[in-house]
Design a protein around this ligand. Sequence first.
Ligand code: MG
Length: 159
Amino acid sequence: MDIRIGNGYDVHALAPGLPMWLGGVQIPSETGFVAHSDGDVAIHALCDALLGALALGDIGHLFPDTSAEWKGIDSKILLRKVVDLIHEKGWQVGNVDITIALQRPKLAPHIVTMRETLSPILGITPDRVSVKATTTERLGFVGRCEGCEVWATALLIQR
Ligand code: MG
């Protein structure tokens, strides 16, 4: 059995009055992400982890933010495209682990919904989709509520 591991990282700035999409779920919030797409920074980091496992570059390369095609796009569509690409290459997702650093709002009430939203797209059960959230104890740009930072790890298994 051949396996591959990948990691992904992304940051988006926060601004008032924009929608906040994280892990495929809209989070009630006074601020949202400044972005070319819907700004789902968790899905973007996850896509980069999946692509990284097969050394296929990153989502900025696959879906350039200069292209009108991807403007305002639901990041779940981007994730579906990345998973399709992985399947085409003869691999399947084993499990993923995502850590979101955000000062507010609290994400705990939304974690299960994120796992249940992402798992069918990834083609795995929710017990293979880990989503964790933390604040940064008010330190740094996350702590000042200027942005959100996400790390993701993905394991792929050869089919
Ligand atoms: Mg991004």
